[in-house]
Design a protein around this ligand. Structure first.
Ligand SMILES: O=P(O)(O)OC[C@H]1O[C@H](OP(=O)(O)OP(=O)(O)O)[C@H](O)[C@@H]1O
Ligand SMILES: Nc1ncnc2[nH]cnc12
Length: 192
């Protein structure tokens, strides 16, 4: 540090963090009536068009794992937008990433879990061999709405003898109360 320069205070760090979160929020696209009438779709992919916002997102997510989910041994990401953030967090922390995919996409022996979401029914699958028994897994996705996708993914990991230690999402739609469905600590960066 330069002689005479003030040491960064906790407030400086917090201010920087809040600026990053504002930048992330500003770059989430809003699309009314998609994929069906009455749904306001929050498009997190628009963050990827702005490298500064994507960089801020990566830093906030990695910091969040380091602070709130220190015991994480593996990142599990949900199809499709959890695949955009899970691998960059895992690579930064030098831990494995495992994909949780929609039904019928994964080869080999898989385990399946069905669920209901804001606009329909679906099912997620995981390759059995990708989960080490007892591994402490952090699940990541772009968004929490009704919580169906993450809840099903927690069940899936449990069926394969992994341990879900928490969930991390970019955005949470609070009035859909998805958080109540999640059996582990959940952290969201942006709240609507
Ligand atoms: O909390 P929930 O009500 O489960 O909703 C959240 C999920 O919905 C969206 O994906 P979607 O299921 O639309 O699938 P996609 O990634 O294939 O677009 C979103 O990316 C989350 O994964
Ligand atoms: N409103 C919403 N925006 C984006 N993804 C979603 N998944 C479920 N509801 C959603």
């Amino acid at each position: 540090m330069l002689r005479g320069a003030a040491a960064p205070t906790a407030t400086d760090e917090q201010k920087k963090e809040l600026e990053k979160i504002e930048l992330i929020k500003k770059n989430i696209g809003l699309y009314p009536d998609f994929p069906k009438a009455g749904v306001l779709f929050r498009d997190t992919c628009t963050i990827l068009r702005q490298p500064n916002a994507f960089q801020a997102l990566k830093e906030v997510l990695v910091q969040c794992v380091r602070v709130h989910f220190v015991e994480t041994e593996c990142i599990g990401g949900l199809d499709a937008r959890g695949f955009l953030i899970g691998p960059i967090i895992a690579l930064e922390l030098r831990i494995p990433f495992i994909p949780i995919r929609k039904r019928g996409k994964l080869p080999g022996k898989v385990t399946t879990e069905e669920y209901t979401k804001e606009y329909g029914k679906d099912a997620v699958e995981i390759q059995d061999e990708s989960v080490t028994a007892g591994a402490k897994i952090l699940l990541v996705d772009d968004l929490l709405a009704t919580g169906g996708s993450l809840q099903a993914s927690c069940n899936l990991i449990e069926k394969c003898y992994g341990e879900v230690i928490g969930c991390l999402v970019i955005a949470e739609i609070e009035n859909l109360h998805g958080r109540a469905q999640i059996p582990v600590p959940l952290h969201s960066i942006v709240k609507y």
